[in-house]
Design a protein around this ligand. Sequence first.
Ligand code: SF4
Length: 185
Amino acid sequence: MDGNVEIKTAEIPVNEYMSAFRDVSTFSECCRRCGNYGNLWSCPPFGFDSEACLSRWTTAFVVAARSEVPSGLLHKEMMDMFLRPLRKKLEKRMLELESRYGGLAFGFSGECHFCSDCARHIGEPCRHPDLVRPALEAFGFDIGKTVRELFGYELQWDNGGDSPWRLTLVGALFHDRMPGEISFM
Ligand code: SF4
């Protein structure tokens, strides 16, 4: 990982993470207002029982990555130069952990960029199910509360013009291994 990226990890029992950090009605509503809702396979609605999918695991290994970005970048520049390259590295590592330890990985952002036009538009299955994992927020988790209470950060929001000076991405692996067994680095 690049030197200017700070990685922090935390573990919390899945039942506690679900009860204290998940607000399905609020975040489902946010998802419904997004243009990706129902248009990308990485985004809700998922068509399966998300409660059962989450609660079958015992421990949530949560990873927060922070990177400083220069001020004055346009949104697209920040996405192309910082968010997407960082996300790609983080998700590659998270998938390695999922493959090694089992469990269910979550992506570090919801929007999928693997295809120029998502197969969901034409009613076909995802073309890269081995690479795509939904984000925690797509399952109703509160990322602002997660970074505040598990890592001591406050999220900074993109104002649509000048980029935020610090980018924070959060992903996770829900698993059944012993707490403390998994390391992100
Ligand atoms: S990999 Fe392609 S088909 Fe799958 S969610 Fe991403 S854009 Fe859609």
